[in-house]
Design a protein around this ligand. Structure first.
Ligand code: X8Z
Ligand code: ZN
Length: 623
């Protein structure tokens, strides 16, 4: 059972309105009257046959109704109006209520010894949703969520001075300017301007937290964060410890990169780029400082062999936005996956419409849980979008690979898996690959350090960001962070994990978390942290399957059917088994391990540490 995803299906990014009250896209449009009374099996002790029937009914109903809600959501995100929001909110509300009702009923079967497959379905059903049972609360929760998501989608900054005075810039335009601008005043202005989108959400977010927690508690979870952490086939505390273990494995690499980039930025911008060893957040080529690849030209090592510039190559070859999607599809086909259905090309949204607001944040959908695959993006011809298209298609090909599973298993092994598939493929976009597909004529002499630095700016720089969003939200949900400290704690966590600071003083009138899509859209974020780790594990395994023996970062498994088959073997399992078992199918390992990522970047780490010699690494946080 999927849900709209922000790209991912079900498990992947989920959508605003119904949002992540529902773990899957079980949206339904069914009437409350159809809900089975909780006491249905209360009179007699239920049997395994009762459990089977119960699960089957739930799957049928939720899957069927989910499709309707997905359609409503698709329209709402493609045409943001009060009416479409309301229609989607209604559908999501019914779906959530229904799924929660089924989840609650699973308790009746807890004492039964069920066969493994049925037991897993029961577990997944229990994790399906956390809608509050009070209809007034549910209605308010759904609408608060929908309105925050819509406000984000409609968000614009209209500068009154400077180069863009008189224009109104949406996030796609702001990202685009911040990608290449090296004017610190312009960058600061855009950063501040975009972050204004968050402030009006502040109170609604606090209310959302309250209502969402009510739902979670009714279901027996300590709070919404605990519910989120329960989806990883291990006790929630163990999951937190796993994250910490992975982060500690990679933190030294991050600190080395941070130190190097900081020094280069000081050379470029002077002391205004740093404070107590931290980097000013607007100078990193991205509104959230989450990926830094765009500032590669500012930090590039001196080399005779300049790094390939994918944006330039695409533009030179006159590849348009749709062309980028064809390159993505072609890669999957080269691995043995069948072509996307014709409807994908007819029904997807590839470009930002000129005449209306849409939710531009890239997402992948599987509207009918069968073949109605789509993506929704506002593509531009640039390197970032080349990778994003592979990312999105990874969701679509995963969805299709597990479509033969029964509805509760139509999902990723966990949400980090769903986020990692397309990125795994994109790691194979090497210079050799670009030549193979005719985007360059000859493979230039390569400087490994340059290539790895370009990759690290996106992949490694992202790690603390990928971690901190939910570290913040988990504390918000469990009450350790109170509404009156939302902004202060956010700034502190950005400093603590990333070592970046805002270009201007922030106060509790601000709400910077609201300026990052996944917060108003209520999409959990730890999945992206996991995906950064997993994609290197998947990639290493596929390279091995393809018989590649050189340095990991030079591997491309393009055109390798054996590697494709190995990947498919895991994808088609969907959520039918605990993720460690599925990881084993592809990699032979049953633990998440940052070792593959560290191997990949090993030559860079050595080089960075040489460059950083004599420099003070790290930073001092403000208290
Ligand atoms: O949201 C996404 C995808 C959709 S699941 C475009 N990503 C995260 C982000 O943009 O913040 C992919 C990388 C991280
Ligand atoms: Zn995604």
């Amino acid at each position: 059972m999927r849900r709209p995803h922000y790209d991912a299906s079900t498990a992947a990014c989920t959508i605003p309105a119904g949002g992540t009250m529902l773990r899957k896209a079980f949206l339904t449009a069914v009437l409350t009257a159809a809900i089975v009374p909780l006491s249905v099996f209360a009179q007699s002790t239920p049997t395994v046959a009762d459990a089977e029937k119960f699960v089957k009914d739930a799957e049928t109903k939720l899957d069927d109704l989910g499709v309707k809600a997905q359609r409503a959501e698709w329209v709402a995100e493609n045409f943001i109006t009060d009416d479409t929001q309301e229609i989607a909110a209604e559908a999501n509300e019914i779906a959530n209520a229904e799924a929660t009702n089924f989840a609650k009923q699973t308790i009746q079967f807890e004492k039964l010894q069920l066969p493994p497959e049925l037991a897993r379905k029961m577990l997944l059903l229990k994790l399906a949703a956390i809608a509050p049972s009070n209809p007034k609360d549910l209605s308010e929760l759904t609408r608060v969520q929908a309105s925050m998501a819509a406000d984000y989608g409609k968000g614009k900054y209209c500068p009154t001075t400077g180069k863009h005075a008189g224009e109104c810039l949406d996030i796609t335009k702001i990202e685009h300017i911040m990608e290449t601008s090296t004017d610190p005043d312009e960058l600061k202005d855009l950063w501040i301007g975009w972050h204004k989108v968050g402030a009006p959400m502040r109170q609604r977010y606090a209310r959302f937290v309250e209502l969402s927690n009510n739902g979670a508690r009714e279901m027996g979870w300590a709070d919404t964060g605990a519910y989120w952490r329960a989806g990883y086939d291990m006790p929630p505390d163990q999951f937190s410890a796993e994250l910490e273990r992975l982060w500690q494995q990679m933190r030294p690499l991050y600190v080395s990169l941070h130190t190097y980039v900081r020094n280069q930025l000081v050379k470029k911008y002077g002391e205004q780029a740093v404070k107590d060893g931290m980097i000013r957040a607007d100078l990193l080529g991205n509104p959230w400082a989450q990926e830094w690849g765009n500032i590669y030209p500012l930090v590039a090592p001196p080399t005779k062999h300049p790094q390939l510039d994918v944006t330039q190559i695409l533009q030179d070859r006159k590849v348009d936005e749709l062309g980028i999607v064809h390159y993505g599809e072609n890669f999957f086909k080269s691995l043995g996956f069948p072509a996307l259905p014709q409807t994908f090309w007819e029904r997807s949204l590839f470009l930002k419409p000129k005449d209306r607001d849409v939710i531009c944040h890239a997402s992948a959908w599987d509207i009918d849980n069968k073949d109605d695959l789509r993506i929704k993006t506002c593509l531009q011809v640039r390197a970032d979008d080349f990778v994003t298209v592979h990312h999105e298609l990874g969701h679509n090909f995963y969805q299709r690979a597990y479509k033969a599973q029964s509805p509760l298993f139509e999902n990723g092994a966990n949400d980090g898996f769903h986020e990692a598939i397309g990125d795994t493929i994109a790691l194979s976009i090497t210079p050799e690959y670009l030549k193979q597909v005719g985007l360059i004529d000859t493979v230039p002499q390569q400087d490994d350090v340059a290539l790895l630095l370009r990759q690290a700016l996106d992949k490694v720089a992202f790690l603390p960001f990928g971690l901190l969003i939910d570290q913040w939200r988990w504390k918000v949900f469990n009450g350790q962070i109170k509404p009156e400290d939302y902004e202060k704690s956010w700034v502190q966590m950005r400093e603590h994990y990333q070592g970046v600071y805002p270009p201007t003083d922030r106060t509790e009138a601000d709400f910077d978390p609201g300026a990052k899509f996944h917060v108003p859209a209520n999409v959990p974020y730890t999945r992206y942290f996991l995906a950064r780790v997993l994609q290197f594990q998947f990639y290493r395994a596929m390279c091995k399957e393809a018989g590649f023996t050189g340095p990991l970062h030079q591997c491309s498994f393009y055109n390798n059917k054996k590697a494709g088959a190995k990947l498919d073997a895991m994808l088609e399992m969907g959520a039918s088994k605990p993720w460690p078992e599925e990881l084993k199918v592809l990699t032979g390992e049953d633990k998440m391990d940052a070792g593959a990522m560290l191997d990949y970047f090993a030559p860079l780490k050595k080089w960075l540490d040489e460059q950083n010699k004599g420099q003070q690494a790290g930073w001092t946080e403000q208290k």
